[in-house]
Design a protein. Structure first.
Length: 274
């Protein structure tokens, strides 16, 4: 029999409440939903995992998660299908409760970074999570959410990272001033991604290691700054970058969405730095 069978129990309600920002702020905890995110949390951030809830069917199917949780000393509790559904409609039989990660700009600086993504005033949780996942895939050293960006522990952000949230430092709540001060202190170039930028990303990739006058070198340690989905970067924020770079559009598309443009830029830098 599962340990938890009442979907209206106080424990179930307290887990479900973590889908809201106020409960996350009050408790210092957040939700990770589904096998992919839970697996990566257990494997790469076990010290943050407070409890793991799963159905018996999920326990039978995802034995590697169960084994890794046991090895890490994580508490596992079985629940009925109704209980897991009440905790999260996106559980797929698995939900974990974690303490908030506490990455800071100082943690980023300590990694001697060569590639960092900054999201400035990015509001859409799906976009934010997808950029974190793309940054992880491109080998970036960190992601920073600055200004009025979405809460990185929003369940949709967490799901959209597909576990990448636990692979690299993700700094939340930083000011743009502090970000620029930190990365410039490390000697990193700051590139703003903008559709009207004077520098073409493809042209910069053609001159890696030997750029012309006034051109940034993508082989150098780089910080990419990506702006809001609707209006991009404010002129005053864009002007504080060392250079403004556009992703060339060869076809008839009006523009690229934020996550796609960020992926192209990050992989461009990753290629150049290799």
């Amino acid at each position: 029999m599962p340990e938890l069978i009442n979907p209206r129990a106080e424990r179930v309600r307290s887990v479900r409440a973590l889908s809201g920002r106020s409960a996350r702020s009050r408790t210092g905890r957040f939700l990770v939903e589904g096998p992919q995110g839970v697996r990566e949390a257990v494997l790469h951030a076990p010290r943050l995992v407070r409890d793991l809830y799963l159905t018996q069917a999920a326990a039978d199917r995802y034995t590697e998660i169960v084994d890794a949780a046991h090895d890490a000393g994580i508490t596992l509790r079985t629940g009925s299908d109704e209980v897991l559904d009440a905790m999260s409609p996106d559980a797929q039989g698995l939900v974990a409760v974690l303490d908030h990660p506490r990455a800071s700009l100082e943690d980023v600086a300590a990694r001697d970074p060569r590639l960092v993504a900054v999201l400035l005033n990015v509001r859409d949780p799906g976009n934010a999570g997808t950029v974190i996942r793309a940054a992880d895939a491109a080998g970036a050293d960190a992601v920073v959410l600055a200004g009025e960006s979405v809460d990185v522990l929003n369940p949709k952000v967490v799901r959209s990272t597909a576990g990448s949230l636990f692979h690299l430092p993700v700094v939340a709540g930083a000011s743009y001033d502090d970000v620029l001060g930190t990365v410039r202190g490390l000697g990193m170039a700051v590139l703003a991604a903008d559709g009207v930028g004077p520098h073409d990303l493809d042209d910069l990739l053609d001159v890696v290691g030997a750029p012309g006058a006034g051109q940034p070198d993508l082989a150098a340690p780089t910080v990419w700054v990506f702006g809001n989905e609707a209006w991009g970067l404010r002129p005053e924020d864009r002007d504080r970058a060392d250079a403004v770079v556009r992703v060339p559009i060869r076809g008839r598309a009006e523009s690229l969405n934020l996550a796609t443009a960020a992926t192209v830029c990050l992989y461009g830098s990753a290629r150049a730095q290799r």
